[in-house]
Design a protein around this ligand. Structure first.
Ligand code: ADP
Ligand code: MG
Length: 625
């Protein structure tokens, strides 16, 4: 007896729906994509009870005539492609001709559509895939689709839905994504008759980001002016260093207007941020990649979120470049803040110091002394005003020795490490127009400075790590890092995989001043470490390096990731600078920091400097709205 039979159209649609329609948010995605493909200028989405009881999408796009309105409910009916060849070059968001019949097969579905200029529109009601009626409709030009009682006929699916609030937040996230992808289109979201957002068509992406996410996020972004590469163009915004999230939720990348997820993109961004991104953190991006549709395959998954690139390496390298360039630009901005002309500092007239208010019954002298932070026996001396040269170039005169005395100070356990021929004294800076004024030190860690833009706080240790890191990289490229011999060489037994990492990176390790030698079968001898590393834990250093290399091994990369990982780890093991810096040392630290390629964050991505602008201060003190 034969056991195979063809599924009815109805059941086949329900099966297909399983792939496309997972939850209310996927319905919204499909319907809004259709509206965008239809050239809508405004799209309104309304939902009740998280979209489970009702989703309504209204657009002012091209609309459909009666024939098309009927045909669009058939499976594999689409106006967007014709031939197999068209599949190789998709210009629209949709193309599968599956969404509407799938949605209509698992809901009570009403479609009303009218072409602009047509005398009447068409209204169709479908329940669980069965057409109930077709009649003339009188709605405004465009298309309205209502989806009620989602999964009413698929109880198993319905059970998988989460709470109404959760579903509503997925819908909202989906619509925000579409709104960011299409700033020129107006979007409205209503839930249970409450307006969640109402976005007028925006002049540009920045305006849309501001409307959706507020000014604070918009101000924390760097612009990527359109950059053209071989076969693709990239533009948009990325978060400044330190503006990160612990998930990829804000890492938005659109390829030809479609929000996509793709490993190559993830790697490109991470590599571009490089040491400006902390481990376990993800960048905030609003990036638009425009490319030949033939070079990207969107027909990977029914939800069309995943894409494949014909030449992933081109995308990755382009991303690395634009991100690195934008961060570089940010650095120039910071320098601008310091390099302001002399007459701009102090920016505003120094307010007259108010006389201390005579408090009734308490003379000012009798005020209790300020409390000292824990572990401090006295407040650091106040620092006299410090003048430093006006241009960064001027620092070069006293930029020797290469490893500055601030960054490396001899600690007892380091065998007297010579730092170069010069004595450690720092020449007095020439009196020149000032760019910043050191105000003091907070909590023995943060250097407080006044710049043209406001108050700047520098994390001494983070700054030290950044300077050391870049110095190490420079040294590696040139002569190599001086090392200290261990009195007792160590023998280490490594697992085969770890042994491979060491073998692969042997030249880098040696340039870095780490003396390792292999004896086969995973046995290694460690007999030297970089001069400024605490000699008490040499094997820990090697293990940390191996751990870090293992971590990045999963990421494709052609940048000098291996080298940088090793340098970063070495920095972490470096002897820390004296906690209490004297004022010339502080100037030296700042000046070395400002000469770094990426001065604003340490090699692990933590910020080295934070600026609080006068505008922010004025807002905080209520001087300005
Ligand atoms: P696809 O978008 O993959 O073509 P759909 O099932 O989503 O498949 O839609 C089928 C067709 O219905 C589309 O190709 C389009 O011609 C038409 N259509 C759907 N929604 C709209 C809309 N909002 N405005 C105008 N036409 C639409
Ligand atoms: Mg579609």
């Amino acid at each position: 007896m034969s056991r195979i039979h063809l599924l009815s159209e109805e059941v086949a649609s329900q099966v297909a729906a399983g792939e496309v329609v997972e939850r209310p948010a996927s319905v919204v995605k499909e319907l809004v994509e259709n509206s965008l493909d239809a050239g809508a200028k405004h799209i309104e989405v309304m939902m009740r009870r998280g979209g489970i009881s009702l989703i309504r999408v209204v657009d002012d796009g091209s609309g459909m005539d009666r024939d098309d309105a009927l045909l669009c409910l058939e499976r594999h009916a689409t106006s967007k492609i014709r031939t197999g060849a068209d599949l190789a070059s998709i210009h629209t968001l949709g193309f599968r001709g599956e969404a509407l019949p799938s949605i209509a097969s698992v809901s009570r579905f009403r479609l009303s559509s009218r072409e602009p200029g047509a005398v009447a529109g068409t209204e169709i009601l479908v329940t669980g895939g069965r057409v109930e009626y077709v009649r003339d409709g009188g709605d405004a030009p465009g298309t309205q689709i209502e989806v009620r009682s989602l999964f009413f006929n698929l109880p198993a699916r319905r059970k998988f839905l989460r709470t109404e609030n959760t579903e509503a937040s997925h819908v909202e996230a989906q619509l925000r994504l579409q709104a960011l992808g299409h700033p020129e289109v107006g979007f409205t979201l209503l839930t249970d008759d409450r307006t969640v957002f109402q976005l007028p068509p925006a002049a540009n992406l920045r305006e849309r980001i501001r409307d959706l996410n507020g000014g604070a996020l918009a101000d924390a972004l760097l612009e990527i002016p359109e950059a053209v590469f071989d076969g693709l163009a990239i533009r948009g915004y990325i978060g400044k260093p330190g503006v990160t999230r612990s998930t990829r939720a804000q890492q938005l990348v659109f390829v030809n207007g479609r929000a996509v997820e793709n490993l190559t993109i993830n790697h490109g961004l991470r590599e571009g941020y490089h040491t400006a991104l902390m481990k376990g953190q993800y960048p905030v991006t609003f990036l638009f990649i425009e490319m030949d549709p033939a070079a990207v395959d969107v027909n990977v998954h029914p939800a069309k979120r995943e894409v494949r690139f014909r030449e992933p390496s081109v995308i990755r390298e382009a991303l690395v470049e634009v991100v690195a360039r934008a961060l570089e630009g940010d650095r120039a901005d910071w320098q601008g803040a310091f390099a302001a002309p002399a007459e701009r500092l102090p920016v505003r007239p120094e307010p007259p110091r108010p006389e201390p208010l005579p408090l009734p019954g308490m003379a000012v002298e009798e005020l209790p002394p300020p409390r000292l932070p824990a572990g401090l026996t006295r407040f650091p001396e106040p620092f006299p005003e410090v003048r430093v040269p006006s241009t960064f170039k001027d620092f070069s005169e006293f930029k020797e020795p290469p490893l500055s005395p601030v960054t490396v100070t001899s600690a007892p356990e380091v065998p007297a490490a010579p730092r170069g021929p010069e004595p450690l004294a720092v020449p007095e800076p020439k009196p020149q127009p000032q760019q910043f004024r050191i105000l003091g030190v907070l909590g023995r860690l943060y250097i407080l400075m006044e710049s043209a833009g406001g108050l700047v706080l520098v994390d001494q240790h983070a700054a030290h790590e950044r300077i050391l890191f870049e110095e190490l990289r420079r040294r590696m490229e040139q002569v190599g890092v001086p090392s200290q011999r261990l009195l007792m060489p160590l023998t280490l037994q490594l697992a085969p995989r770890d042994s491979d990492w060491v073998a692969q990176n042997l030249p880098t390790l040696q340039k870095m001043g780490i003396g390792v030698e292999g004896f086969g079968t995973g046995t290694w001898k460690l007999d030297a470490i970089p001069q400024f590393v605490q000699s008490s834990e040499p094997q820990q250093l090697l293990h940390d390096i191996i751990d870090e290399l293992r971590e990045i091994s999963s990421q494709t990369s052609k940048l000098r990731l291996g080298e940088d990982v090793i340098a970063k780890t070495v920095c972490r093991h470096a002897v820390k600078a004296h906690d209490t810096l004297r004022e010339p040392e502080m100037i030296r630290l700042i000046e070395d920091l400002l000469q770094c390629e990426l001065p604003y964050c340490c090699p692990h991505g933590r910020p080295t400097m934070i600026q609080i602008s006068y505008t922010e201060l004025e807002k905080k003190f209520g001087r300005k709205a």
